[in-house]
Each structure stands twice: as structure tokens, then as C-alpha cells.
Design a protein around this ligand. Structure first.
Ligand SMILES: *[C@@H]1O[C@H](CO)[C@@H](O)[C@H](O)[C@H]1NC(C)=O
Ligand SMILES: *[C@@H]1O[C@H](CO)[C@@H](O)[C@H](O)[C@H]1NC(C)=O
Length: 351
């Protein structure tokens, strides 16, 4: 999927808003006594990054993956190199208004302290990060430098391991032919080895189709700690409206479950439906891009939580809406160009 590099993403002034709504209450999972909610549950109280990481072991800090499902958060594009203040404002709004617990990184920013900035922004707002080593779409090996920047971050910044839950070695790296399956699997194993002391789960973010375009890619699935699946049914050859997408989502989910022998948590790291076709055209003449259709897709994701849980291991499926704002990917944002949600977005965060 080729993104449009939207320089308008820096028009951050559009998104000034008040974080008026209080934190939603929810049952605290993953901690028996409830006095110190696990990170990043909605009951966790955000801390000032200046006070350093929590004084507890990583396994006590994180919510268990078995306790997590439902809406996880939004994909967040960073090609506009958002400032610390901008990210704090966006991440705070995601959590307070929409009950996001995580932010998934998409794109990159080369301005030097980007990784430190996004770590501090997320930690300060009480949201965890799904990191992405961004490969880009044009080949080249810029990703190696970015991977090494992640390694340097974890070594030098004690907050990183308390903020990053996972790290993806690329977003659709198979579909984009960045690396052949064997080299990619070896890279995942190598990143896992380097980051083992920090408890990060390593994977790639990819759609089912990506695992077949270069031939058998089972070795990549086998190397992954967790499945980060793209569910973009808008591109199905027989797509119509978003409310009809469930059979295709279930079919793809069953495929991932069977290929990983029911041993890996399944997270839809990239799922959504557009309200216009400015960035990408569909493959079905009947696919409808509209607010009504996108809302229908969202309702399928939200209302199928129990059904997903039944067919997947480790507590069921978590999902990320792709993407946060229209100025990051026109038509795909929940938030429109005026800074408002396109519909009443209030997904469940557990089932
Ligand atoms: C309560 O939670 C704290 C912080 O996670 C932990 O250190 C403590 O052992 C817990 N106590 C019980 C009785 O579970
Ligand atoms: C699943 O089982 C198949 C067949 O035994 C095996 O080849 C594959 O490596 C397994 N994968 C995982 C992730 O367990």
C-alpha cells in the first residue's frame, strides 16, 4: 500500500482541542489487587516521564496479553514529524475520548530525537506503543539505520521497555518485496535476540495475501512472537459495503490461527475502511467508500469481539483503527479535516 506523503500533516494547529472527558472506568484486568493497575489499562494513572520508569519488573508493569482484546487504538503516521506537544495532545485525546490503550507507529521521521519524543509522549499519556521499523516503499536499506536507532533507544532510555510493547520489522515487507521470506525471518530472529532483555514482542505487520506473494512464507510466521494482521476488506475483489465484511475477516483470521497452530495472539494491527477513494482505489467495482460504509465496518469489528475471541487463542483479538486523522491518509482517518470524528466512535475495549 503506497501512502500519500501528506505534508499537510504538519498543519497541527487544526487539532487544538480540549481534553475535557474524564478517563473512562473499566474493569482492571491483569492485576489481582487492583491497587496498581497494569499498563496500559484505562485505569492506569499516567506518570511524568521525568520521574523515570515505574519501580517494578517489566512483567508486573504490562497487562498480560490474555487480558487484552477489543479496540486497542489508532495507527498514527509520523511523516509530518509531530512535536512532543502535538503527540501528547493526540495520544491524550485518543485515550480520554476514545479509550485507546496503544498507538501503532506508521511512517518515520528523521529529525534526530523522534524516538525519544514519541516514547515520552506515549508514556506521559499512559498509552503503550506498537513500534514499526519503517521500510518505506522504495527498497533501499534505510530500515537498517532505523532498526539500529531502536536498538540504541532501548539501550540508552530506560522508559523504552516500559512504553514499547512490540516492534514490527516492517509494515507489509513481504507484499512490498523488501526482503525475501527467509531473510526476513532471520531478521526477525536477530531483532528478537538483541531485544530479548527488554521483553519486546517482535513481528511484522502484514496481510494474509502478503504471506503468499513471494511464495511460502511459513518461516516468517514461525519467527513471529505475535501475529499483526492487516484486515483491509475494502480491497477484496468482491467488496461492497463495510457492514458486509465479517465473512472475509473471519476467513483471514482463521487462516492466521491455523498457520500458527493456535499459539500466537492475533492483533489486527491495521484495519479500517475509507470514506473516499483519493489515496487508493478498490479492486471491486461495488466497493463503497463512504462514512456510512466505514461506520458499518467499524460496527462489525466492535460487535464481533466475542466471535473473534472464540476462534483465537490468548484472550482474543485486539484491533487498531487505520488511521487517526484524514490529514495522515485522506479518507482513512477517523478524525476529519475539521478535527471531528466522522461518526460516534465508542468501541468496546474488552469482551
Ligand atoms: C498488588 O500490586 C502490587 C503492584 O503490582 C504488587 O507489588 C503486590 O504484590 C500486589 N499484591 C497482591 C496481594 O497481589
Ligand atoms: C505449526 O505446525 C506446522 C506443522 O507441524 C509447523 O510446520 C509450523 O512450524 C508450526 N508453526 C507454529 C507457529 O507453531
Amino acid at each position: 500500500m503506497k501512502p500519500i506523503l501528506s505534508l499537510l500533516a504538519v498543519a497541527s494547529g487544526l487539532f487544538v482541542h480540549a481534553n475535557a472527558s474524564p478517563l473512562g472506568s473499566q474493569v482492571v484486568l491483569g492485576n489481582a489487587n487492583g491497587t496498581d493497575p497494569c499498563f496500559p489499562s484505562l485505569a492506569y494513572k499516567p506518570r511524568d516521564p521525568k520521574s523515570g520508569p515505574p519501580n517494578k519488573k517489566l512483567e508486573e508493569h504490562w497487562c498480560s496479553q490474555e487480558s487484552e482484546n477489543g479496540f486497542f487504538g489508532f495507527t498514527y503516521a509520523t511523516w509530518g514529524c509531530p512535536s512532543l506537544t502535538q503527540m501528547q495532545s493526540d495520544f491524550g485525546r485518543m485515550r480520554n475520548q476514545f479509550k485507546a490503550r496503544y498507538v501503532r507507529m506508521y511512517g518515520w521521521c528523521e529529525d534526530g530525537d523522534f524516538l525519544t519524543r514519541i516514547t515520552n509522549a506515549a508514556f506521559s499519556q499512559g498509552v503503550g506503543l506498537h513500534g514499526t521499523i519503517w521500510f518505506g516503499f522504495d527498497g533501499g536499506d534505510a530500515w537498517k539505520k532505523r532498526r539500529d536507532q531502536f536498538f540504541a533507544l532501548f539501550k540508552s532510555n530506560p522508559l523504552a521497555a516500559y512504553t514499547f510493547r512490540t516492534l514490527d520489522v516492517g509494515s507489509e515487507p513481504l507484499f512490498d518485496w523488501v526482503l525475501p521470506p527467509k531473510a526476513l525471518a532471520l531478521e526477525i530472529l536477530s531483532v528478537k535476540k538483541t531485544l530479548a532483555p527488554y521483553g519486546i514482542k517482535v513481528s511484522i505487520s502484514e496481510m494474509q495475501y502478503g504471506y503468499s506473494v513471494q511464495g511460502d512464507s511459513q518461516m516468517v510466521l514461525d519467527a513471529e512472537d505475535v501475529v499483526h494482521a492487516h484486515q483491509l476488506q475494502f480491497f477484496d475483489k468482491d467488496a461492497t459495503t463495510g457492514d458486509k465484511a465479517l465473512p472475509s475477516i473471519l476467513s483471514s483470521t482463521n487462516w492466521f490461527v491455523s498457520k500458527t497452530n493456535k499459539t500466537r495472539k492475533i492483533i489486527y494491527s491495521q484495519t479500517g475502511w475509507p470514506t473516499n477513494t483519493k489515496v487508493w482505489k478498490p479492486n471491486s467495482p461495488k466497493a463503497v467508500a463512504s462514512v456510512q460504509s466505514a461506520k458499518g465496518f467499524y460496527q462489525v469489528l466492535d460487535s464481533s469481539c466475542e466471535q473473534f475471541k472464540k476462534i483465537t487463542p490468548l484472550g482474543g483479538v485486539g484491533w487498531f483503527w487505520h488511521i487517526w486523522k484524514d490529514d495522515m491518509l485522506d479518507g482513512w482517518g477517523l478524525i476529519d479535516w475539521n478535527g471531528n470524528p466522522k461518526w460516534n466512535f465508542a468501541p468496546r475495549t474488552s469482551c
